[in-house]
Ligand binder design. Structure first.
Ligand code: SAH
Length: 443
């Protein structure tokens, strides 16, 4: 979502004459778009700011002035504290106020005091359609939902991104058609709880399943993904869409956090482990080859060794194509930060290692099981080696192949010859069917 937001900011600044440069040394303005989800991410900002201050100083000595801004969730959470710790910051902007970026740039130019805007107004944040998409010309993110009303006791999102908000259907469809017209073949729709999507349309309100069916009708949009989903918001309709919308990719990121019901209750999750088992089951019935992904937190306050074992059991029982796992990070102002029974760093480290070892084995197995299969890959970038190209499988695996022909922008059925920990190696035979359409890119 920060990538999507950064694109939007770049698009907003273009009319003011700003363009992107490759290094901070060459910039007239540096915007740090920040994440507050875990302490490590937030602390990184201050060390990065220290580095940027040096650039600002040396440019100042040379008679030039550059602006430094902090935007995103750290700006929202820390507020004016940032100016105290880093007084050389020119302005800060919360994640729901990006439409005011040009105004702030102007306001902070030539004024003495720092400028800031930390209001919540997601409904106007999206006013401008963006055609910019970072990863490649062929894949794009599209935010459809923001914010969170769930109040998991560990999480800062409701405080930094605000309450759940869904963009209206028409606005999303316009943006999606626009992206496809510019060559995009795969769209990942985004939201903090994307499957809680409930957007206004002329015919009433639409859920994510209905939106996906409508996106799938856009001619030229070959692949649709969505992330991140909240388990209690999975609907029968969405699961059904996995069975009968071919463009919907067979991969889902569905964070469970823990396998222990005691911990899930303490986290204020609205699902228990049984619900999660049932969801995994229904998804696999709808789409037998679906790849499951998840998030896990180890060392939540009160997590005992046996609670942790229940997480391991869940992982072993369900089997994941890939997953993210984190040590619990107390976030200021969240209920769990002041709970008794905080787990020691040593135990958190041990549990994280144990969990990651199990997850790594599963990921390697998932990748190895692809060997000798034909898998469709959307190639969207060159590889590191000469003649090498990189793309994504339907299950989000990175796939690399060698080809004499430039295949960027094509979807090709590739023979998988090797499965590694983090990627697959494929081979294109001359007789391989190319289900690619002529490139529609407009540079
Ligand atoms: N809305 C989704 C998850 C989005 S947040 C859901 O609730 O299921 C992204 C992930 O960051 C979470 O799934 C969680 O695993 C992790 N996370 C959030 N707060 C955290 C914290 N305080 N400590 C460690 N991990 C955290």
């Amino acid at each position: 979502m920060n990538v999507y937001d950064s694109n939007r900011m770049a698009a907003l600044l273009k009319p003011l004459g700003y363009d992107e440069v490759k290094s901070p040394e060459a910039a007239d303005m540096i915007i740090l778009n920040t994440c507050h989800i875990r302490e490590k991410a937030a602390e990184k900002i201050y060390s990065e700011l220290g580095r940027l201050y040096k650039i600002k100083k040396s440019r100042y000595v040379a008679g030039e002035r550059i602006q430094i801004a902090v935007v995103g969730c750290v700006a929202q959470a820390e507020g004016k504290e940032i100016f105290k710790r880093a007084p050389y910051v020119d302005f800060i902007l919360g994640p729901q106020s990006y439409q005011r970026l040009p105004e702030l740039v102007v306001r902070s130019t030539g004024r003495r005091g720092p400028a800031f805007d930390l209001r919540f107004s997601p409904e106007t944040k999206f006013d401008q359609v963006t055609t910019r998409h970072y990863h490649s010309h062929f894949t794009a993110f599209l935010t459809i939902q923001e914010g969170c009303d769930k109040f998991c006791t560990f999480c800062v999102v409701p405080y930094t991104r605000g309450m759940e908000y869904s963009r209206p259907v028409e606005e999303i469809l316009i943006e999606a058609r626009h992206l496809v017209k510019h060559g995009v073949r795969e769209i990942t729709v985004l939201g903090q709880n994307v499957n809680a999507y409930n957007g206004k349309a002329e015919s009433g309100s639409w859920d994510l399943a209905k939106l996906i069916r409508s996106l799938a009708e856009i001619d030229g949009l070959d692949r649709i993904r969505y992330t991140t989903s909240y388990p209690a918001n999975m609907t029968k309709e969405l699961i059904q869409a996995h069975s009968d919308v071919p463009a919907l990719m067979p991969f889902i990121h569905l964070p469970v956090q823990s396998g222990s019901n005691k911990i899930l209750t303490a986290m204020n999750r609205r699902h228990n482990s049984y619900d999660y088992y049932c969801l995994a089951d229904s998804l696999r019935k709808a789409r037998p080859d679906i790849g499951l992904s998840s998030d896990f937190i180890v060392g939540f306050p009160g997590e005992s060794e046996s609670d942790f074992k229940e997480t391991i059991n869940l992982v072993e029982e369900i089997g994941f194509a890939q997953a993210y796992s984190f040590k619990y990070s107390p976030r200021p102002g969240t209920p769990a930060a002041s709970l008794p029974g905080q787990v020691s760093e040593k135990e958190k480290n041990e549990r994280l290692k144990h969990l990651q070892d199990v997850l790594k084995i599963q990921q390697s197995k998932f990748n190895r099981d692809c060997v000798n299969k034909k898998i469709s890959v959307l190639f969207d970038r060159p590889g590191k080696k000469r003649g090498q190209f990189l793309g994504r499988s339907p299950y989000m695996q990175a796939v690399h192949v060698f080809s004499e022909r430039d295949i960027i922008g094509e979807i090709i059925n590739v023979n998988i010859i090797k499965g590694y920990k983090n990627s697959l190696m494929g081979e294109i035979k001359s007789c391989d069917s190319l289900n690619s359409k002529p490139m529609r890119v407009q540079h």
